[in-house]
Design a protein around this ligand. Structure first.
Ligand code: FAD
Length: 553
């Protein structure tokens, strides 16, 4: 008898599992159950479909039941919801979502890939018409219809994570006035505040209004047919529609009823082969608990890449191959109006939450390619590493060009336990229009290696010692334009001629615009017996941090 493999959920994790399994095993029967009308659709494209950047709904559907049948001999049942799993009998109760007809399907191997559901807190008025979540194509169609039929002029987006920010950008793109309400004092909490605020600034430049540090308390319909979002601080934000982007929670109802182990984070517990506590059941995607490779701790992570890779791992194991899922590092990117922000591994906030305080950080602000080639754009790059051995813990970058490339390279090293020294040594492609002979990734590794090896001890702006002597080594005109309060200006050439005005008994913190001249000053001064240290990223890092703090307050 052919092995029967049943897959619940036909999008990222489920569809990739099914297709991989067929490539490995021509003999098994593969069936996908999907409660919605589509399989293998691009949920990541939904905000852009709402924003009319993607204009045809069909472009979001990457494959359909016919394609799965003809190309892979996989049976896809859309509009079929799995309502119960009997793990002892190895059967799944299925309900047709349109007819209500129920049936029972048996399996030898079951894969759960039901995803995660948008969080909809039970707040007063949350069921009012005009309050939308963004998860499926029908959700996006409803939003598009609401906007066009009601000639919507304004929207309130609740939540400043990936979906909230992408929706804000797309609604602005459609010409709506947008207010974004976020409980935290910053948007994109996966990024550290100083790396997230440029995104906020870019959205503000395009008209987005922000209400940060204020949680939503309820919703009211106004007499004019609009909706009011009420906040805990007592403010009322009015919009013709409301988008909820409050995060997601793993869909675990089936797993719980089947008696599968649920992890401490609320996701389905799986081993490195994506097998659940039942040997015949695998689980993948947003619904599972994964291990963070930096902290070693369990977490949830709703990203398409891991879901796809986990689907593949589950398929391999069902087909008898012992492949392993390595864990996650949360590599992600978001773009708004031409500005991208990306990260991999842990930011400072995530490290501290995990109880990891033994880390060092450096900032730099290199160009995406050599400055002499037209069109060079500056990026902000932050690297976190373990001082003891230089192991990479995380990286974040924000800028207009080539952000994904730099974070992807660092992500690959991080996944393989790489160090900042590996970044310094990385051999990367270069021609003037693409990068620099010393690529920003190399450069980041060199700065961090220098800091680690104490060629250039560093002190960041958030840890300036009280007795520090702040030395600005930029030119006088740069100093006159702006400088860190309390600093003394001795331009680098003058410093080289005569450093004798500097104190011998205090730490000297040298800074410049981005950190390079500060580094030269530190090397010079240390060889003359001064306790000199560099402030990585220079005054640009200070300005970013100041701006992020100002946004907070
Ligand atoms: P899903 O892809 O959500 O698929 C789960 C499917 O299971 C659903 O279609 C659901 O209908 C079905 N299902 C659930 N329960 C049952 C049941 N009982 N019976 C039958 N079917 C069931 N990730 C990124 O990495 N980058 C992005 O840019 C990005 N953008 C996103 C934008 C939006 C608007 C959304 C919603 C998500 C985005 N994501 C992004 C996240 C990414 O889409 C998910 O991490 C990924 O799709 C998870 O895959 P999955 O298979 O676990 O779940």
């Amino acid at each position: 008898m052919a092995k029967k493999v049943l897959i619940i959920g036909g999008v990222a994790g489920g569809a990739s599992c099914a297709a991989r399994l067929r490539r490995l095993d021509e003999t098994c029967e593969i069936t996908i159950l999907e409660r919605g009308p589509y399989v293998s659709f691009a949920n990541c494209g939904l905000p852009y479909y709402v924003g009319n950047v993607i204009t045809e709904q069909g472009k979001l559907v990457l494959a359909n039941a016919g394609l799965f049948r003809d190309r892979f001999r996989i049976d896809v049942h859309v509009h079929h919801e799995a309502v119960n799993v009997d793990a002892a009998r190895r059967t799944v109760a299925v309900r047709h979502t349109q007819t209500g007809n129920e049936s029972l399907m048996s399996y030898d191997a079951l894969v759960l890939s039901p995803g995660a559901a948008p969080i909809r807190p039970p707040l007063p008025g949350i069921e009012s018409p005009g309050i939308f979540q963004v998860r499926t194509i029908p959700d996006a169609d409803c939003i598009r219809r609401w906007i066009s039929e009601r000639h919507a002029q304004s929207a309130v987006v609740v939540g400043g994570g990936f979906i909230g920010v992408e929706m804000a950008e797309n609604l602005l793109h459609r010409g709506l006035k947008v207010t974004l309400v976020e409980m935290l004092p910053q948007i994109m909490p996966n990024l550290d505040p100083e790396m997230a605020w440029p995104l906020q600034k870019r959205l503000e430049e395009h008209g987005c209004h922000f209400a940060l540090g204020d949680a939503v308390a309820g919703f009211e319909q106004s007499s004019a047919g609009a909706l009011d979002v009420l906040t805990k601080n007592g403010t009322r934000h009015r919009g013709d529609l409301v988008i909820l982007g409050l995060g997601v929670r793993p869909e675990t109802a089936l797993a719980r009823e089947a008696g599968l182990k649920i992890g401490t984070t609320g996701g389905i517990e799986v081993d490195e082969h994506m097998r659940t506590s039942d040997p015949h059941i695998w689980a993948v995607g947003d619904a599972v608990q994964v291990r963070n490779i930096v902290t070693g701790q369990p977490q949830l992570l709703a990203l398409a890449g891991p879901a796809n890779r986990q689907g593949r791992v589950a398929a391999d194991n069902i087909a008898g191959r012992q492949s392993v899922f390595r864990g996650v590092q949360g590599t992600s990117i978001i773009g708004v109006f031409g500005l991208a922000a990306a990260g991999t591994g842990c930011g400072e906030s995530a490290l501290r939450r995990a109880g990891i305080t033994d880390y060092e950080k450096v900032y730099l602000h290199p160009m995406n390619h050599v400055g002499y080639y037209p069109g060079a754009k500056q990026m902000h790059l932050k690297i976190l590493f373990r001082p003891a051995d230089g192991r990479l813990l995380g990286a974040q970058a924000v800028g207009e060009e080539d952000i994904a490339r730099r974070i992807d390279v660092i992500s690959a090293f991080l996944q393989k336990d790489g160090t900042v020294h590996d970044l310094a040594e990385a051999e990367l492609c270069y021609a003037p229009q693409f990068g620099a002979a010393k690529d920003p990734v190399n450069f980041a590794g060199m700065v961090a290696s220098n800091a680690r090896e104490k060629n250039m001890p560093v002190v960041n702006w958030d840890a300036v010692p009280e007795n520090a002597y702040l030395l600005d080594v930029r030119d006088e005109d740069e100093f006159a334009e702006s400088h860190v309060p309390g600093s003394v200006n001795i331009p680098l050439p003058a410093l080289r001629r005569d450093p004798s005005a500097l104190p011998q008994d205090r730490p000297i913190l040298a800074y410049c615009r981005v950190g390079q001249r500060g580094y030269y000053a530190v090397r010079f001064l240390r060889q003359h017996g001064y306790d000199a240290r560099n402030v990585p990223g220079g005054i640009l890092t200070w300005e970013n941090a100041q701006a992020a703090r100002a946004k907070k307050s």
